[in-house]
Design a binder for this molecule. Structure first.
Ligand SMILES: [Fe+2]
Ligand SMILES: [Fe+2]
Length: 202
């Protein structure tokens, strides 16, 4: 942890307050401070968690066309499903802004921003913290089983990730919404971990 990163997270808080709508800014602070707490619990770099949390939705309030043009400018490829479900694009656009507008060079932080919507198999600890904090932060509207997931988030992070992916896929299927294949691939990865763990307990 370095003082410069701590200063960075404080500067970013000011930037995000200017850039984001009020609800999104409140959510962003909730994610940043939840991620910082999870970093304390899981021995992750707290300042990196703060920075990643502060920036994870930095592109969210931009029009979708602008988010697409940011990805094009920095040669970040968009999938067909992202182009059909444009609310997914803010993760990749956010990664680009984090790097080229806000000066983040740490790929650990950039990856956590990029994968915060779908996750990915074998996530880094910071990926898992941001993915989970995004779901459990205190300003979130009530979600199914949120109380258990909040407890898991501070005791068993793989279980929390699995639980969030399970609930997200259940919700998308029940509403007949198209799911990003990466969400399912990530779920299968963590399902194997949780299942393998249960089997070895027998
Ligand atoms: Fe997001
Ligand atoms: Fe978010």
């Amino acid at each position: 942890m370095s003082d410069s990163i701590l200063e960075k997270s404080q500067q970013l808080r000011i930037e995000m307050e200017k850039t984001l709508k009020k609800n999104r800014f409140d959510h962003t602070l909730g994610v940043a401070y939840t991620a910082a707490n999870m970093a304390f619990v899981f021995d992750e770099d707290v300042e990196k968690a703060l920075v990643a949390g502060m920036l994870h939705d930095c592109a969210k309030c931009l029009p979708h066309e602008k988010q697409i043009s940011i990805c094009n400018k920095y040669h970040v490829e968009l999938t067909d499903i992202e182009l059909r479900n444009q609310k997914l694009i803010h993760a990749k656009a956010g990664m680009c802004l984090a790097q080229y507008k806000y000066g983040i060079t740490d790929y650990y932080i950039l990856d956590a921003i990029r994968y915060h919507t779908t996750g990915r198999p074998n996530m880094t600890k910071l990926d898992k913290i941001i993915f989970t904090a995004d779901y459990i932060e205190p300003n979130r509207a009530p979600l199914p089983e949120i109380e258990s997931i909040r407890k898991e988030a501070l005791s068993d992070i793989d279980k929390a990730v699995w639980h969030i992916l399970h609930n997200t896929l259940t919700y998308l299927e029940s509403e007949d919404f198209e799911e990003d294949p990466m969400t399912k691939v990530t779920y299968d990865f963590y399902n194997d971990i949780i299942l393998g763990r249960n089997t070895s307990d027998l």
